[in-house]
Design a protein around this ligand. Sequence first.
Ligand SMILES: Cc1ncc(C[n+]2csc(CCOP(=O)(O)OP(=O)(O)O)c2C)c(N)n1
Ligand SMILES: [Mg+2]
Length: 698
Amino acid sequence: MSAAGAVNLLTDTKLDQLCVNTIRTLSIDAVQQAKSGHPGTPMALAPLVYTIWNRVLRFDPENPIWPNRDRFVLSNGHASMLLWSALHLSRTRAVNADYETLGRPSVTLDDIRRFRQLDSKAPGHPEYHWTSGVEATTGPLGQGVGASVGMAIAEKWLASHFNRPDFEVFDYNIYVVCSDGCLMEGVGSEAASLAGHLGLDNLCWVYDNNHITIEGSTRITFTEDVEARFLAYGWNVLRVGDANDIGRIEHALDIFRKTNGRPTFIVLDTHIGYGAPHKQDTAEAHGEPLGEEEVRLAKRFYGWPEDAKFLVPDGVYERFADGVGARGARLRREWTGLFEAYRAQYPELANEIELMQRRELPEGWDRDLPVFPPDAKGIAGRDASGKTLNALAQNIPWFLGGSADLGPSNRTTLTFAGAGDVQAESPGGKNLHFGVREHAMTAIVNGLSLSKIRAFGATFFIFSDYARPAIRLAAIMELPAIFVFTHDAMGDGEDGPTHQPVEHLASMRAIPGLITLRPCDANEVVEAYRYVMQLRHQPAALALSRQPLPTLDRARYAPASGLARGAYVLADAPADSPGGHPEVIIIATGSEVILAVEAHEKLLSEGIRSRVVSMPSWEIFDHQTEEYRNSVLPPSVKARVAVEQASTLGWERYVGPTGHIIGMNTFGASAPLKELQRKYGFEPDHVVAAAKQQLGRK
Ligand SMILES: Cc1ncc(C[n+]2csc(CCOP(=O)(O)OP(=O)(O)O)c2C)c(N)n1
Ligand SMILES: [Mg+2]
């Protein structure tokens, strides 16, 4: 090596170290200033994040949503200062809700100074949709690794669907940092198992092996051989014994990129709180500020000016600009050129990619949706859903999904010619098989959605409990993910209380932003999908029946398109009836709407002016104008009955303090459905009696 080369090397190493210590000290200072946060993990992982971002990641700070960028997911979201530092130092630009890149930075130094404060772009945990450059909301441990598997499946799908000879339009990788907690959580194991099965060689998890969680050493709780576990899952397992060795980290990441046919798991041996003399390797370094004196000592250890705060030394921004900045700009420029040539040769495919990026639907997306004729015997919600899904998936190339091993029961299997299964050797299929892994399924659906694929996941409604943390995150991230839940009430009678949802509707309705829909017949199912498919920033949960429900005669009753308003008058007292207004309103959802209709007919025959309101979605109804809401539920009509085979919780808001709720206040039981309906009062006569009681009549 020449003398000049040696000097450059020295300078390079020094500059790398300067950048690493900038990440460390920004993290320390931000936590200290906020008087809350997690300093220790960023101190340990700064070299890793620096290496990934500045040496490896194909990411253009000028355009953080460029479709073929590598994804970086910080699954141990408590170490968010790593991400805020990387976004700030790389000068990543902000993007608005219309996917336009703005001139301003995603994260300013001032945001970092205001870490964890209201409106700062550097909140406590990474939040997708709040800070540009965040690829997934993380914090609930295990969710990031779970979503990353969806991202990897998505990349394989995109490559399979869009790439053509000489046109590698998609060839990106997914880099994930995870902690002990992510690997203790079941969702992490579920996701790793499926990733291994699918041989996702575009996926790399780096495990922060620090032997520390909040309660202390992992000796007290987590002593399995994690490497052996990942080998058994079918991953390539690597180990880097020194978290400060940038060269070795880069080498391991190189091996990842050269590995075919399996995902890569890199065990990185680290020291939480690295450099803090009294806190290193202790649980205290995890979640509390170091304290002024310890901060000073850590800075001294790094060779940092002890009194400097939020210092970004000369050369650091430039180092990032020369690294990730220059690499990302070049790669994006090359990709844009490639894409223009691709557009010339494959205009339809190029158009699909562009529609996907904006979460738009292709022309004709709703053609051939089924229309169901009136039928007293009817069809099950799940069957109507299956027909609708099959039509939609043919019209929308990037609409796909699957079930957690209940496809035949959920009726979510896509059966048309060419639908195909997603497997390692056929990543471009449309049917995902999640196995009995509801939680990972849901996190994966989130990862697919983050990758702009329209995705659905399915299971029995009862098992939404196993999926809920990821459903909640879909709502926080404002993802248009679709969760198809069949066997929505007591329809699978004999299976008994373990399989009969009770509190699940209330639980879904309680998630802000989630659209919960419980359609009453086959045509409402179609309308539910029509509504949901047009959502761009909201997830939806569909609760569908296992058993056939009569298909209402829409010439006689109001059209199913009323679903789009959340609730609508399905049947009313004749306009010319003496007294005009209805005197009693029966509100029902799903399988109970037909009960309400039967009760209504009976009441009418007895001269009682009743009205039936089908209310498939509280959320949608609550967002209608007051005028519309009052037209459906006139405030003057106090006599009201709600009927729903689920927890009564919350129905007071629609029936009022004096209304009556026919619902569930206990678990169900194992018996044929008819007997259960009798036992729990889901029969027309009971509804009639409740309506009359509301009117003070017998
Ligand atoms: C699902 C979930 N459970 C609990 C927590 C609270 N929590 C935050 S970090 C953490 C454990 C910290 O240990 P580790 O994951 O090893 O991270 P490290 O401290 O090593 O960075 C816990 C229990 C959480 N964020 N998510
Ligand atoms: Mg740990």
